[in-house]
Design a binder for this molecule. Structure first.
Ligand code: MOS
Length: 722
């Protein structure tokens, strides 16, 4: 079904189940260890051999010699793959071991398979390698002006920026830097591969099933239908599991050669250099405003680096949408870097971009002597500033988010002069930032079956990366069929199910819910048809279909054979006609230790407007997670680049700092009432990335308000405050 005009009134609007908080239906399976993750299919695959990936010990150059003799004769070893004996693979997939060239540190250069993990790991250490090193570029600052690679984002040049900026009543010209960051999700990437004749099954951790399936098929040059991908439970993704790395490919390659299943998990240290990361940026913000605070000049230049063939950290993307200003100069420049590959990490682009933009707005507010909340309110715009009123926002409640947040947080008590509020050894400050995250949608299908016990089963490729997909899809099914949630079974993350959006880009919940909605609509139609009831005035409740006083149980209509329906949601051009985004306002209070510069977040509040909130409980958790990651981005997260050798030095969770419980005090989330008729029949918007957008800037602005030190180089560590 095509969604291409404003959503009509429909059963979701009843909100019998939807919009009420619901605990995760997969929670008991998870806490009792019954939810199986990729590496845990021991019953189905009892005879798997263990693989260990050996990564390159240099960043750029080539392998001069590789001696695998000792490894091959080590105890338990079944196979050692290197570029010398690996089969040729397709460039469209994720080919591994295709030559002696090294493109980045910890790139897979050998794969050892043995009877046990320990044997494979021990044997990998017996491989003797000699490298020919070549000079690499590892320092963004040094290469930023070397020119651009072609995949940079589109520039905006509107009006006469130079003139508007130089004649503005108040202006700021400030440069912010954001570091490389690692997803550091809990579950490391893992795969088990098994061949049955020419059919390959891969249990792996991937956010989008059909894209993993296509990638693996292309790598091996086999039909997509011959590859089954299963990612039923996923221990976090944050974008890291949008990419196919070496684990499924090498496992499948070795499994085919050995005629035996092979399993492999990346080690925690391998996550940092073997997989992708959020790439560092340098961002120059030039903002100019009239005396009323209204922006007249919006300048945002972004410099970043990546491997050839990979894109930029699109940090200016939201600057194009968030604020008005007739004169605009927005540019992204991408230079070649030989660090590990930069790619999407939660709110790719906007998370890093808003760290800079929303602090620059704070700096501008101070210059204008206008309250930072008031400055955002004065710069509200209800349409896409680069297109004009012909492209309105479908909904935009940023002003309401700001006002509600200011009221609830006690913003009026803020002393605008930094360094004035003292509490014992702490200087205390509060800060604000705006949040915006686009609301994309993707095609998404599902199958729904009602059985003779009145149980509804929903099957779809949609994944749940810890976000709550299982639960919201059960809620949609329950609402549509008039069932309690515990009469709905949800099966996810298997390429045998109808193709679905998957989890990424904040499109998962809205898209997959729409797919399940259309599927359940079709199922309702079929149930009504078979019931013989009058088709006007039909409703579904209490496990029955009801029309004009007659009620028939769904279980009775389903009969022994059950009734199934399959549908796919597709989306027309409403995303072009309307700018669609979720909005939020983040408030943070911090304490800065007067002696040490230690920063402690004391409390935070996010007020969000993100369309209909399908499950307020899991949506809240999404925002809390985003806010927590925002604290990390503001205060601690950074992959430290060794500029001599080109790798991330702090490659484990002991040294790559993320917030822990003691770093996360009183966090609160408020959702404004909102429905978006243009977003989908569910009237929902994505929420997965909104929570991280801007939140780090609110923390940094609070630090400035507390102590008067403006740090423009993230993360704000103690050494930069003192
Ligand atoms: Mo997201 S970075 O699209 O998982």
């Amino acid at each position: 079904m095509l969604f291409n005009s404003p959503a009509p009134r429909n059963p979701i609007d009843n909100e019998t189940v939807v919009s009420h908080p619901h605990v995760r239906i997969d929670g008991p399976l998870k806490v009792s260890g019954q939810a199986r993750y990729a590496y845990e299919y021991n019953d189905e695959i009892p005879n798997a051999a263990y693989g260990f990936i050996l990564g390159a010990g240099i960043a750029t150059g080539s392998i001069r010699s590789i001696d695998t003799n000792a490894a091959e004769s080590a105890p338990g070893v079944l196979l050692v793959l290197t570029y010398k004996n690996a089969p040729k693979q397709g460039d469209d997939g994720s080919p591994q071991l295709q030559g002696a060239d090294i493109k980045h540190y910890d790139q897979a250069i050998a794969f050892v398979v043995a009877e046990t993990f320990e044997q494979a790991r021990a044997a990998a250490r017996l491989i003797k390698i000699e490298y020919t090193k070549s000079k690499g570029a590892f320092d963004l600052n040094a290469v930023k002006d070397t020119g651009s690679m072609t995949r940079a984002a589109a520039d905006t040049h509107m009006g006469d920026f130079q003139k508007a900026f130089s004649t503005a009543a108040a202006s700021v010209d400030v440069t912010y830097t954001t570091p490389n960051q690692s997803h550091s999700m809990m579950e490391p990437h893992a795969s088990i591969a098994k061949w049955d004749g020419d059919k390959l099954t891969v249990y792996m951790a991937h956010q989008i099933i059909h894209s993993a399936q296509a990638n693996i098929a292309d790598t091996f040059g086999i039909p997509q239908d011959n590859v089954r991908v299963v990612s039923a439970y996923i221990g976090g993704g944050f974008g890291s599991k949008l990419v196919v790395y070496a684990d499924p490919i090498l496992a499948a390659m070795a499994a085919r050669q050995l005629g035996r299943p092979v399993k492999v998990a990346l080690t925690r240290p391998q996550i940092y250099n073997h997989t992708t990361h959020r790439a560092a940026t340098i961002q120059r913000l030039r903002l100019g405003a009239g005396p009323d605070g209204r922006l007249t000049a919006v300048g945002h230049q972004v410099w970043c680096g990546n491997q050839p063939g990979h894109g930029p950290e699109n940090a200016a993307a939201q600057t194009k949408l968030l604020y008005p200003g007739d004169n605009r100069w927005i540019e992204t420049r991408l230079s070649e870097l030989d660090l590990p590959i930069g790619a999407a990490m939660r709110a790719p682009g906007e998370a890093a971009g808003l760290l800079a933009l929303e602090c620059a707005m704070d700096e501008l507010a101070e210059k204008l002597n206008i309250d930072p909340v008031e400055l955002r309110i004065r710069n509200d715009i209800q349409y896409d500033p680069e297109v004009g009123p012909s492209r309105p926002f479908s909904t935009r409640k940023l002003v309401q988010c700001m006002q509600t947040g200011a009221e609830r947080f006690g913003w009026s008590k803020r002393n605008p002069k930094p360094g004035q509020v003292r509490n014992g050894e702490w200087l205390v400050g509060i800060g604000v930032a705006a949040a915006i995250r686009n609301n994309p949608v993707r095609p998404s299908g599902a199958r729904a079956t009602i059985d003779r016990n009145g149980i509804l089963t929903i099957e779809t490729q949609q994944t749940d990366i810890g976000t709550g997909s299982y639960t919201i899809l059960a809620m949609i099914g329950a609402e549509m069929l008039g069932l309690p949630v515990d009469s709905v079974r949800v099966k996810l993350g298997d390429s045998d199910f109808p193709e679905a959006a998957g989890s990424g880009g904040s499109f998962g919940a809205n898209s997959s819910s729409t797919g399940v909605y259309y599927t359940c609509s079709a199922l309702r139609d079929e149930i009504v048809r078979r019931s013989g009831l009058n088709t006007t005035d039909v409703s579904f409740s209490d496990g029955s279909v009801i029309s004009q006083g007659r009620s028939i149980r769904l279980a009775d209509i389903a009969g022994d054979a059950g009734i199934s329906a399959e549908e796919k949601a597709e989306f027309g051009d409403l995303q072009k006609k309307f700018a669609q985004a979720a909005f939020g306002a983040h408030f943070a209070e911090v304490g800065v230790d007067i002696a040490t510069g230690e920063i402690r977040v004391r409390r935070m509040l996010s007020v969000c407007a993100a369309g209909r909130i399908i499950n307020p409980m899991t949506a809240r958790s999404q925002c809390l997670g985003g806010m927590t990651m925002g604290i990390g981005a503001a205060l601690m997260e950074e992959c430290i680049v060794d500029k001599r050798y080109g790798y991330f030095v702090n490659h484990d969770l002991a040294e790559y700092q993320v917030p822990v419980h003691a770093d996360i005090p009183d966090l609160d989330v408020v959702f404004l009432d909102e429905v978006d008729d243009q977003s989908s029949p569910i009237r929902a918007k994505g929420i997965g990335e909104l929570g991280i957008c801007g939140v780090g800037a609110a923390v940094a602005n609070a630090v400035y308000n507390a102590c008067g030190v403006r740090v423009r180089d993230y993360p704000l560590t103690m050494d930069k405050i003192i």
